[in-house]
Design a protein. Structure first.
Length: 135
């Protein structure tokens, strides 16, 4: 299992960056998998997801200052780990940015929690396994 599920960061111009990453990442077998239109994003910016095997692990978006809107997501093997991360991160001084729960707007098995770190980086832990263990 990989430790990173995905990473996201803001760029000045999503279309210019899309063209760059499509060409630059092609030798690695990484391609653009999805584009999310402006009217479907929280920031009102265009979003592009790149990855392999149909799953986007690198996201870029505009309409936020580069550096702002930075997001990193760690993969968890079960939902209990997502819950434990959220509690530990809050205890460590993080700011709640979304309690543990299913994010059905992504898909029915997307169970995640979000915390802002001391620099306002949005840190997520997500379990996407439909056969999770909640023990």
């Amino acid at each position: 299992m990989t430790i990173l599920d995905h990473i996201e960061f803001a760029v000045c111009d999503a279309e210019a960056s899309r063209r760059f990453y499509e060409q630059a990442l092609a030798p690695l077998g990484i391609v653009r998998i999805i584009t999310v239109e402006r009217n479907r994003t929280r920031s009102g910016g265009m979003r592009h997801g790149f990855g392999r095997d149909g799953y986007p692990r690198l996201w870029i978006h505009d309409n936020e200052s580069p550096g702002a809107g930075t997001h990193i997501a760690f993969a968890a093997q079960d939902r209990a780990t997502v819950d434990a991360f959220h509690q530990a991160a809050l205890k460590a001084g993080g700011i709640d940015n979304g309690p543990p729960g299913v994010r059905s707007h992504y898909h029915a098995n997307y169970y995640a929690a979000y915390v802002l770190d001391p620099d306002n980086v949005n840190v997520e832990v997500v379990c996407q396994d439909p056969h999770f263990s909640r023990s």
